[in-house]
Structures are given as C-alpha cells and as structure tokens.
Design a protein. Sequence first.
Length: 249
Amino acid sequence: MNRLKGKRALITGGSSGIGLETARQFVAEGARVAITGTNAKALEAARAELGNDVLTIQADAGDAAAQKEVAEAVRRAFGGLDAVFVNAGIVDFKPLAQWDEAAFDRSLAVNFKGPFFLLQALLPILANPASIVLNTSINARIGMPNSSIYAASKAALASLVLTLSGELIGRGIRVNAVSPGPIATPLYDKFDMPEADRKALAASIQSQIPAKRFGEPSEVAQAVVFFASDESAFTVGSELVIDGGMSNL
C-alpha cells in the first residue's frame, strides 16, 4: 500500500466520482494529495473523508487564467509535484441543432482549454521524474450520437497525450491517459432531463456494453495509480481504455 509513498499529487475534479475515488486510493498508497473542485461544500466533505492533510482548492476548471492560482496554491503547500491527474470535466449531450456558442465554449473551456493552461502553469513545479495522467473518453472514438462537442473536447485531450509525451519526456515527464467508457458516477444525475429519461438513457448505454454493466470509479482509479507510480516508468504516450469492451463493437 505504499506505491505512491512520498509523492505529491494533484487531482482536478477530486470532490466526486472518479476524482474522489482516485484521491482515496492515492492517499491509501501514501501520496500527499491536493484536489480541486468548484463546489465548496463538496470539497469540504471530501476533505472530511480523505483527511485534513488533503489540500482542497476551489477552482473553475474552465477558467484558463485561474489555473495559475491553482499552481501557486500547490507550490506553496507542496513545493512541487510528482503526479497530476487531469480529471475535471463536464458532459453535455445534445443534437447538433440545439448547440449555441455559449454551451460550445463552456464545454471546450472545461474539458480542454482549462486543462491545457493548467499543465502550462504546473510545468515549473513538476519534478523530474513526474507523471501526468489525462482523463479522456471512448466518446472520442465511437461516434455516439449527440456527443459531438464532448467527443471533440476529449479527442483534443487524447491528442495532447501524444504531442506532450514527445515534448516533455526529455524533461522527465511522462504523459499517459485513461479512457473510460460508462462509469457509475453522479455525472449522469446532472443531465438536464427527466428522471425517467435518464434511466432510459442508462439502460440504453448499458445494453451496448459487452460486460453488461457500468464500470466502477475504483476500476479507473486503479489505472491512474499505476500511471502515477514508478511501476509505469517505461510507459509513455499510452491511452488505457477502460470500457467493458464497448469501443470494440
């Protein structure tokens, strides 16, 4: 249980879902952990669960300028970073005809622009060696109807895995990604639709998964622990698909 002993880690979107479960596992593996989130109450609840040693930072993942403040808060608390899990994101599914510019800009800001400028802001405090893990999605590859902007934003992140791997490996920084399929998190409860429609959507998605179930946040978190640990020291530019076989259909 000491795979991350002595490592300093930042997890964005760490107050719920995959991010919170990853924070649990990082703490259990001996890491010093900072998490970000937009909701102050959710962050406080996460710290109560994870322990008072966890640093909580209230920040909007889509505000590019604010990412420097996140980096500075981590620098003051930890001095530097050994691992980053870029996890914060939003899912907004709607058909092409219903998109407007504001919604388009918000999805791209949270899912790509903000993460890009966060990595830029963190670069001076990343150790050598260090590990960056991006949370992409199989939606970037499977062509699911109504997912156009979400899928495009995740495809942009997947591209960063390759380009930044080549750019940063000389600095001792490895970049990899987890690419989840449908995971059982509170994310689906945030969809702007009646409960009956959400249940129908969940049933429809589950029927497309060969494993016949949604994944668990712990199954993604375990992969992030591997990428953050020294066990993956020779793994660079990889994107690990965790989707119960859904993208193979």
